[in-house]
Design a protein around this ligand. Structure first.
Ligand SMILES: [Fe+2]
Length: 418
């Protein structure tokens, strides 16, 4: 029996399991595109949303003689390669590449969004971005750690676009760790993606200037929160919270942030969260004029900033979510080997500190590349320091991320088969 079958809306019955719609989820009254049809009202809702045909999963449907019913001329059999990316259908060994592909696709979409935002008179079509976000959430549902690994990868080009998409991935990951609803997760992701959209109005010379900025250039930069909020409010139909985050993401507890008129106590919790993620990604990312900090060092800097600049509660929550040695960290252990963190298990209790992480060894004691994958597990807690002597920016050891992806895949494959 085929895994996905396309049928016309006329053939849809109570008991069918819908596996995909041709419309963006924002254009339908359903929060996801994977659900059972429970009543005639569900069918009416789909019709009213303009759905003409849809995919169903015969194996998960509970309609009698489904196969016979759907084998009429109205159905189109779909091979797995031709379906859209589907959490149910993606094999574990494709997770990393799928999330990576969506990341790249999202960067391309965001570039287009950026260009459209330059034209003040145009309402921006959000549907391609929302559709891609839907896929990110679905694909990463079983392996959210893939979001962390992908967001730790580096591209020196197009840093604004990568930074925006990375911030979105981090927001998704944190929302997942905190058990946020699907709707909230989407809002967190959109707020991360669009927090810097106001930079579209900054002269590229100022925006990409590698050296120190002149006072008058800083004044221009300080306008981007207000500009971003204006663009989101006037050129999209997104909820007001998204423009508030754009407005507030540089607000600081000690009044060193901007815009000047904002009070930190009055800002939204989501603005405080996106501030933390924004700074973390900026610290860990390579720039044309400097290399990014190692991930554990960036977390230390966040802790320092939480003493008066950014919200300490959300810094602690973020570190608890990603661990002291986040997935993607490049570490040298006391014995001299160098590896990348590919797996992490936290203790589970919300207030406990410390965790266990697994390192894929990439360089042996003599710093020669290892010939086959080797793993070492370490525990960390405040009373027993992990045997880590240094952490690095990934460029320092020329990490081959293709190999890291393969390692990650083998771990996810093993987990699935357990
Ligand atoms: Fe910003």
């Amino acid at each position: 029996m085929p895994k996905s079958v396309r049928i016309t809306i006329d053939l849809l019955k109570v008991g069918h399991y819908v596996s995909s719609l041709d419309l963006s989820w924002l254009d339908t009254p359903f929060l996801t595109h994977r659900f059972h049809i429970r009543s005639m009202e569900d069918i009416h809702k789909l019709r009213n949303a303009g759905v003409l045909s849809l995919f169903i999963d015969p194996e998960r449907s509970t309609v009698d003689k489904l196969h016979e019913e759907t084998s009429s001329q109205n159905q189109i059999l779909v091979s797995p390669e031709n379906t859209s990316i589907d959490c149910q259908e993606v094999l574990p060994d494709r997770i990393i590449r799928s999330v990576g592909e969506i990341h790249r696709h999202m960067v391309v979409l965001f570039k287009k969004f950026f260009r459209e935002a330059r034209n003040n008179d145009v309402m921006i079509d959000m549907s391609p971005i929302k559709f891609a976000m839907d896929r990110v959430i679905e694909v990463s549902l079983n392996y959210p750690e893939a979001l962390l690994l992908i967001s730790s990868l580096q591209e020196e080009d197009d840093e604004i676009y990568f930074h925006s998409v990375n911030t979105m991935f981090l927001a998704f990951y944190l929302a997942w760790k905190l058990d946020k609803s699907f709707d909230e997760t989407v809002i967190w992701g959109l707020s991360g993606l669009l927090h810097d959209i106001g930079k579209v109005r900054i002269d590229p010379y100022v925006l990409h200037k590698p050296g120190a900025l002149q006072p008058h250039e800083w004044e221009i930069i300080r306008n981007h929160p207000q500009w971003g909020a204006d663009i989101i409010r006037r050129q999209t139909s997104l909820p007001p919270i998204v423009s508030r985050v754009a407005m507030e993401h540089h607000c600081r507890m000690d009044d060193t942030g901007y815009p000047d008129h904002l009070l930190f106590e009055s800002t939204e919790a989501l603005s405080k969260i996106i501030s933390v993620l924004d700074i973390y990604d900026a610290l860990t990312s390579d720039r044309s004029y400097r290399k990014g900090h190692p991930l554990p060092k960036a977390l230390k800097i966040l802790v320092e900033m939480s003493q008066g600049k950014i919200d300490p509660y959300w810094v602690a929550t973020f570190i608890h979510a990603v661990g002291v040695y986040p997935i993607g960290s490049i570490l040298e252990i006391d014995e001299g080997e160098v590896g990348v963190v590919v797996e992490r298990t936290s203790p589970g209790e919300p207030d406990s500190i410390g965790d266990t992480f697994r390192l894929a060894i990439l360089r042996d004691k003599n710093k020669f590349p290892t010939r086959k994958a080797e793993f070492r597990s370490f525990s960390w807690n405040p009373s027993r320091k992990a045997p880590v002597s240094s952490s690095y920016n990934h460029a320092e050891w020329g990490v081959d991320w293709e190999i890291v992806s393969d390692v990650f895949q083998s771990l996810t494959r093993r987990k699935t088969s357990c």
